[in-house]
Every structure is written in structure tokens, then in C-alpha cells.
Design a binder for this molecule. Sequence first.
Ligand code: GAP
Length: 456
Amino acid sequence: MDEIVSLTKRRGFIYPTSDIYGGLANGYDYGPLGVELLRNIKELWWKRFIRTRKDMVGLDSQIILHPKTWEASGHVGSFADAVVEDMVTHKRYRADHLVEDWIKAHDEFKEMIVEELNIEELSAFIQKQKIVSPEGNPVSETKQFDLLMKTHLGSLTGEKDTVYMRGETAQGIFSNFKNVLDSTRVKLPFGIGQIGKSFRNEITLGQYVFRTFEFEQGEIEYFFDPEKENWEELMKGWKDAMWSFVVNDLGIDEKNLRWRRHTDTERSHYSKDTYDLDYHFPFGWKELWGVAYRTDYDLKQQMKFSGVDLRYTDPYTQKKFIPYVIEPAVGINRLLFMTLCDAYHVEKNRTVLTIKPSIAPYSVAVFPLVSNKPELVTLAEKVFDSLSATIHTYWDDRGNIGKRYKYQDEMGTPYCVTIDYESLETHTVTVRERDTMEQSGVKIENLEELISKNTQ
Ligand code: GAP
């Protein structure tokens, strides 16, 4: 984990936010490489789940929605973690995480499933076992801690102006359901998807970009008529689509993936059934992507609180009803973090990120052999200009070729192209492939086809 964190900072994937002020608890910024990888992942998600499906449309709703949205959804009041406070340092910890860590050192409890404990049971267990904080101090009673972040609209502050930074992008989809019905030609079953930032007052941080206050979600609400569609079959279809995206589109090794079904106590208040697609992160198996059967809970609640009829009218039978919904919801930052972890390889003489070529931050790097020979630089610039019109191309004329290869390997760039003295005579360049490190001569006129064929 430390090596991955160090590489991602060293090469400009991820920086601690507000670094010059000593950082801000668990905030991260994405550097020149991170932003490219993030964009590639988002574009692929959008292509796979919105653009190439005739049963899906996209949306981009606000971060700040009408506060009633969150009362209706049940987030105000019940979107909370169980926390304890260290009685000496006053630091707060998630009660379930404290118990999980304690169990690791107490074999006799290793079969216990912490997710199954509710807040009272967690509290009783912590007291009975006299569990202390990571600093070794006694802890307070277990309390609820609201995850929704509050802010104020306008210049006056007061309860009247309190609004929330969205805790999930999903509610913007439910509150726009009628707009989409009225303005498009969709018919059930169909889904609405969006990518955007969400915010949560997380207690337990410190797992790098895995869990942050501010993060991006890619969420889909897939609406259907429960009398016509079998929700279990729809759920299976979405589970297959999620698995395929991770394995085939992002190139992740299947042995690092597994499905886990939520227990009855663990499931969110709105869900009848939930599965997590877990990835084996450096700190263990953790949720990457969830898929939940939310029934008609959200539309019913938004209809009740807004007073607006959110029912769907079947175009053939005129039957009016509230559609049911399956929700695949993923954190884009977790997809990126997983991609980096899975691609990280240390070999005898190098560190290399074997990111799938179609999502690598750059597809190719172009180098003149040396930077002080104008004729080499001019030809290399010509190659750069022609490739960069269609392919994301990096330019480097610093240091020697060995250093440049090392740098590109750590960036995950699938191809390096070197223009040398022979290139001036033969119009042939040296192409070096990232994973095999093999080098071959390629005619300049064939370069674009070769690289685009292998990086799309
Ligand atoms: N609309 C349902 C929902 O938001 P969730 O399981 O709370 O469900 C969905 O979140 C996904 O968002 C998670 O699977 C995870 O990938 C990501 N996510 C949730 N909290 C996060 C956080 N604090 N930091 C980064 N990603 C997070």
C-alpha cells in the first residue's frame, strides 16, 4: 500500500489535497495522470451503461437539492454511523470498525459477523468486552453520527436556510423521474444513470482514496414493472454487467473479485436485497460496487413529500403505478484505486503499471533520441503532431532513453516511440512495448494504425 501511495504521488496520479497547508483530513486531488485515468474510466462507464444501451438515458442533477428530498429519502435521521469517542483524545471511531479490529486479536470471536450487530448490540459488546480506543483509552457510549453534510444557501444562516450536500447521486434521479418521463420517449423497463460528486461526513478515514468525504459516484436507477419483470433476473443481469465491466473493460484480475450478499441487519433502510462486488484491496476485501433492490421505496417517498404524482402510465394498458427499481452504484474513485492496485507490478529492474491499454492515461510516448539535434527533434515533433491528433500522446526529451522508459512504465504507457538517426534515413522508428519490453522497427506511416489498434 505504501509503495502504491508513493508511486501515485511521485508520478502525479494522486496528491494529498491542500498539501501546502499540511493537507486536509482525507482529501485528495488528482494530478495530470490521475485526471486522465479518472476521465477514461468515467467515459467507459458512460459508454457501456448509457450510450450503448437503448434502455438507458443519462442525467446530471445538482449537488444541492431541495432539503425535503433528504427527508423523503430517509437520509435525515437514519443516514448515520454508530460512533464512539475516545474519552481522553476525543477522537471519534466507528464502533463496528473498533469491534472488527478487536476481533482480529481474539480468535474465539472470529466467527462473529459484526455487520449483523445493531447500534445497541455494538454498544453492549464494546462495554462487555471493555474494548478501548486504538490509543488504549476508554471509549464513550455508542452514538449515532449523521453522515449528511449540512451547508447554508444565501447569506443568512439559520435552520430555514439549511441544505445538504448530496449523500448519494441517486435522489437527483428520483426527483427528476417525472421530468424524464414527460420529456423523453422512454418506456419500462428503463434506467437513468448519472456520474457526480457526493459528500459524506465519514468517521473512519485513512484508507487513501477508498473512503473520502468527497467522492464521485456512478449510479443507475433501473425502473421496471414488478408484475411484468422478475427482479431477481434483472438483478442477475446487472450483476453480470458490473462484473463484465470490471473484468473486460477495466482489465481487472478475476481472482481479486468476489460477490458478497448483505445480511438483514446490514442492508440499508430502503433495500430488500443487496450484493456487493468486493475487490481485494491491499487492506483486505472491501466493497467496490453495490447493487440493491430498492423496490418502490424512493419514488413513493418523493411522491409523498412533494405531493406530485410520480406514477408511470403503461402506454398499452393505461395502468398507473409506481415502478420498482434496481440500483447499481459505484464509487468512481474506488474503480480508479482498484485499477492502480491491480496494475502495480514490481519486477527485477523496474516498477510497471500494467493498466489496460484502452484506459491508460497516455497511449504512447514519443522521444527524440537526443534533444540537441534539431533534425531529430523536428522529425519527432512531426510524429507527435500526427499521432496526437487521434491518440493521447506524451512528449519527453529529457534524460536518457533508459530513464524515459522507466518513467513511462510507472505511468502505465503501453508504447514508447524513439526517433533516432536511422529514422532520418529510413523513416522507421523504434517502438517499445510496455509489458514485454520488446522493441521493433516500425515505418512512421504505419504507427498510428498499430498504436490505435492496440489501445482502443
Ligand atoms: N445510492 C446508494 C449508495 O450510495 P453506497 O453503498 O453508500 O450506496 C455506493 O455507495 C458506492 O459509492 C459504494 O459502493 C462505493 O463504491 C462508493 N462510496 C460510498 N462511500 C464512499 C466514500 N466515502 N468514499 C469513496 N467512495 C464511496
